[in-house]
Each structure stands twice: as structure tokens, then as C-alpha cells.
Design a protein around this ligand. Structure first.
Ligand SMILES: Cc1cc2nc3c(=O)[nH]c(=O)nc-3n(C[C@H](O)[C@H](O)[C@H](O)COP(=O)(O)OP(=O)(O)OC[C@H]3O[C@@H](n4cnc5c(N)ncnc54)[C@H](O)[C@@H]3O)c2cc1C
Length: 420
């Protein structure tokens, strides 16, 4: 959805263009994996090709802060050529088809590419269109409807909060793979409006059956929401948006409810790109069907998946990408170059920071089977100022200064040594 002039004059060659490693997607996962492959000296950059149609790379995590009035959208974007590892090949035409039997990729302009190893990192698509009337209201500058999941709508949310004079606020969430992100904008909006003394009636409608999938954090967030007077409605899915009116459906009984609103925040349903399923690489929901511990494709030994597009059953976050990257690289090198089996090292680590105000963050960290996997347990029994300082100031620095150079190992800190 980034409208960044990605139409260019594609150069077409009749012959297929070969790369040792093809990476589909130049988002957080594609960039991180390419930077570490190059930095660790496994490949020279010219042997790696990234497919990415957008000219700007987005630090999507920052869009929460844009909506919360804590940073400018310009701080969340950088031109692709500034963040890509030097001399890595870039194809700026979207991939439309993969033939994993023939190790072939086809882009929208018909150009064919071949690969030895393929890494799929194409993220998810934000499906606002599946909610009737949502795009019309989001795109109407006068309508009080926004969303931090797209930078323009995040800017709109910031403006809506600044101009809000009071009334009923609704925050909707479809079944989501990261429940921390939607809570952020609820709390940040509450903080800003209560600081201004604006009279508000907050309602959160979640399609999930709990406030947060991990009981410990669900309880902390639930108590904070209660203290702040926020009303939470579970198992309710937004199906239609009209002018100052919304329709929800109960996910079990299918009964419909209508409500009026003066302010609406929409979390869009998310889905993987269609080419994954169409190429025979998808699981039953269309996500890249990889082994949850090795990140290797279930059927094709030279295909790998990480990030939001992969089938791993954990919360989809940039933090998860940082944990997955070194394991994927190690397994790719082991299986391809060393002819050894992949190691089942990924245990589902992910992390969702929840801004509970514009001064504190609750850092949720967990792995598969809802098990806690906390790095700073002392600071994670409630929301904390220290976690806030890390999230607001250190993480963006780590992303732009360390991650893009292949130097960021997530919670393992700075990577000074090779991953394999
Ligand atoms: C508002 C918001 C707040 C967030 N907050 C946090 C947070 O606090 N902490 C955290 O850890 N995570 C957070 N996340 C999640 C984090 O941003 C994602 O998990 C991360 O970006 C996933 O990386 P990815 O590379 O898998 O997907 P993306 O970063 O979305 O990249 C996918 C790329 O693939 C490209 N692509 C798609 N289809 C094709 C195709 N056919 N051909 C070629 N290229 C293609 C896309 O253009 C895109 O650039 C947040 C996300 C949002 C939206």
C-alpha cells in the first residue's frame, strides 16, 4: 500500500537471470537476512538478488509512534538504495510466480530468474477492503477513521487525536498475529486525550477471545484497561464501516451489532501474498509452509521462509525476524554448503512491546506454546519506564544503524562474530 512511484522501466532479457540466493521482499526480514549473509562473508553481494517493488523501506514499528504523535513519518522511511547492502542485486518488479520444481521466479514484467536457494520474506498484505466501507472512510479526510497500519492513515490518526473534542471512540481488531500492536494506539490515544481533559468513552472490540494471548500479559493489560475505564468487547469482528456507524459480528453466533462512533481506529485483517499459495509453497492459510524450528520449507529443501509471511505459529513481529534470521542462515549454509541437516533451533521467540502510556512500556516476550521467554524479568512484571526508553530510543537506532549493516542480533545484542 505504499504509494511510492514504483513504476519503472523494467529491463527485460529473454534469458533467465541467475542468482545463488534470491530473496523475495526487501522489508525487515529480507533486509536483515541479506545484510547478515553479506556481512558474515557467506556470499559476495552480487550473488544475492532481492525482489522488492517499493523504492522506500519502511520501519513499520514507527507507525505506532506516528499515530501516537511521538514521531514524524519521515523518520520511519528510507530509500531502498540507502539501506540495501552495497552491490546486492535489486529487482524492483513484484514477483508473481515461483516454480519451486524448476527453481524459477517470474516477475510481473515476464522476466525469468533462477536461483540455487530461495528465501521468501514477502510480509503480509493489509486487507482493509475486506471490511465493507472501510477504505472509503479511511480515504475521506473529513471522516474520523484512521489506522496505524499504513503510514498515511497513521498520520490521520495523529490529527484525529489532536482535534478530538470528546465522544465515543472505537478500536477494532480482527484475529491478529500480534496483539500488542493494536493495544498501543488505544493506550496512547487515551493518554493524550486525558492529558487534554477531553471526555471520552473508549471501546475496544477484539475478534480474539482474550485481551492478549499470554495469560500473564493479558491480566496486566486487562487491569490497566480497567483502571483507565476502557470497555473491552471480545469475539466481535468489524464487518462494515459507515459514516459514524459501525457493524460488528459475533465470531461465534454471527449475531450483528451496530454502534455509533466519533473516532474509529481499524486494525486491518492481514493475509499473505497470493503468489505463495499459487506457487504451491503455502500452508492451508497461504503462508509459506516452513518447519517451525528450522525455517526450511516442508517440501523444498532449498526454499526458506521467515517474517510475517511464514507459517511459524508465533506472533509476527520484527523481534521474531531478528531471532529467526541467524537460524535460517545457519541452516541454509549447513544444508547447501556443508550437506548437513538443518538444526531445529528456532523456538518461536517473539516480543510485543505495549505502550501503556507515553512514558511506559510493557515488554511482552514469549515463545511457542505461550511460554514466557523474558530477557529482563524484573522489568516485565508490569509496565516500565526503562522498557519505554529502550523501545522509543534504542530500538529505532538498532534498526537503522545496526540491523541494516547485519550487526543487530536482536536480544543477543550486537553481532560481532559470524552466525555459522
Ligand atoms: C503499526 C505496526 C507496528 C509494529 N510494531 C512492532 C513492534 O513494536 N515490535 C516489533 O517487533 N514488530 C512490530 N511490528 C511488526 C513488524 O513491522 C513486522 O513484523 C515486520 O515488518 C515483518 O517483516 P517482513 O519482512 O516479514 O515484512 P515487511 O516488513 O512487511 O516486508 C515485506 C516486503 O515484501 C515485499 N513484497 C510483498 N510482496 C512482494 C512481491 N510479490 N514481490 C516482491 N516483494 C514483495 C513488500 O513490498 C515488503 O517490502 C509492527 C507492525 C506495524 C504495521
Amino acid at each position: 500500500m505504499r504509494n511510492l512511484n514504483h513504476i519503472s522501466l523494467y529491463t527485460f532479457t529473454a534469458r533467465a537471470i541467475h542468482s545463488q540466493v534470491a530473496i523475495i521482499g526487501g522489508g525487515t526480514a529480507g533486509l536483515n537476512v541479506s545484510a547478515q549473509l553479506v556481512r558474515d562473508g557467506h556470499f559476495i553481494p552480487q550473488q544475492i538478488r532481492i525482489f522488492e517493488p517499493y523504492k522506500m523501506h519502511a520501519y513499520q514499528t514507527g507507525w505506532t509512534l506516528v499515530g501516537g504523535g511521538m514521531c514524524k513519518v519521515e523518520q520511519t522511511m528510507k530509500p531502498m538504495e540507502k539501506v540495501l547492502p552495497k552491490n546486492v542485486c535489486l529487482s524492483d518488479c513484484p514477483v508473481v510466480r515461483i516454480d519451486p520444481e524448476q527453481n524459477t521466479i517470474v516477475t510481473m514484467d515476464g522476466q525469468k530468474y533462477t536461483y540455487d536457494q530461495l528465501i521468501v520474506a514477502s510480509g503480509v498484505q493489509r486487507d482493509y477492503a475486506s471490511i465493507k466501507g472501510a477504505l472509503e472512510q479511511l480515504n475521506n479526510p473529513e471522516a474520523p477513521v484512521g489506522s496505524i497500519y499504513y503510514y498515511r492513515y497513521a498520520q490521520k490518526i495523529d490529527k484525529m487525536i489532536r482535534e478530538f473534542e470528546g465522544g465515543k471512540l472505537i478500536f477494532s481488531e480482527p484475529p491478529t498475529k500480534c496483539e500488542g500492536i493494536p493495544s498501543n494506539i488505544v493506550f496512547l490515544t487515551h493518554e493524550r486525550l486525558s492529558t487534554r481533559g477531553v471526555k471520552c468513552d473508549f471501546h475496544v472490540y477484539k475478534a480474539n477471545d482474550s485481551i492478549f494471548g499470554i495469560p500473564k500479559y493479558s491480566q496486566i493489560i486487562g487491569e490497566l484497561a480497567h483502571e483507565k475505564g476502557l470497555h473491552c468487547h471480545l469475539k466481535k469482528r468489524l464487518i462494515e464501516v459507515q459514516d459514524h456507524k459501525v457493524i460488528f459480528e459475533d465470531v461465534e453466533t454471527k449475531q450483528q451489532y451496530t454502534s455509533d462512533y466519533d473516532f474509529l481506529h481499524i486494525v486491518p485483517p492481514q493475509k499473505p501474498a497470493a503468489f505463495i499459495a499459487e506457487s504451491g509453497l503455502g500452508d492451508s492459510d497461504g503462508y509459506v509452509n516452513v518447519h517451525p524450528n528450522t525455517l526450511q520449507h516442508i517440501r523444498y529443501a532449498n526454499v526458506w521462509g521467515l517474517g510475517d509471511c511464514s507459517s511459524v505459529p508465533t506472533s509476527k513481529t520484527a523481534a521474531a525476524v531478528m531471532a529467526q534470521t541467524p537460524i535460517l542462515i545457519k541452516n541454509l549454509i549447513r544444508t547447501w554448503k556443508l550437506k548437513q541437516n538443518p538444526l531445529p533451533e528456532y523456538q518461536g521467540y517473539t516480543s510485543c512491546p505495549v505502550y501503556t502510556s507515553n512514558k511506559k512500556v510493557l515488554l511482552a516476550e514469549f515463545k511457542y506454546n505461550k511460554q514466557l521467554d523474558e530477557t529482563f524479568p524484573v522489568f516485565q512484571s508490569s509496565d516500565s519506564k526503562l522498557m519505554y526508553l529502550m523501545k522509543k530510543h534504542f530500538f529505532p537506532f538498532a534498526y537503522w544503524q545496526l540491523m541494516v549493516r547485519g550487526l543487530w542480533g536482536g536480544r543477543d545484542g550486537i553481532r560481532l562474530f559470524k552466525g555459522v
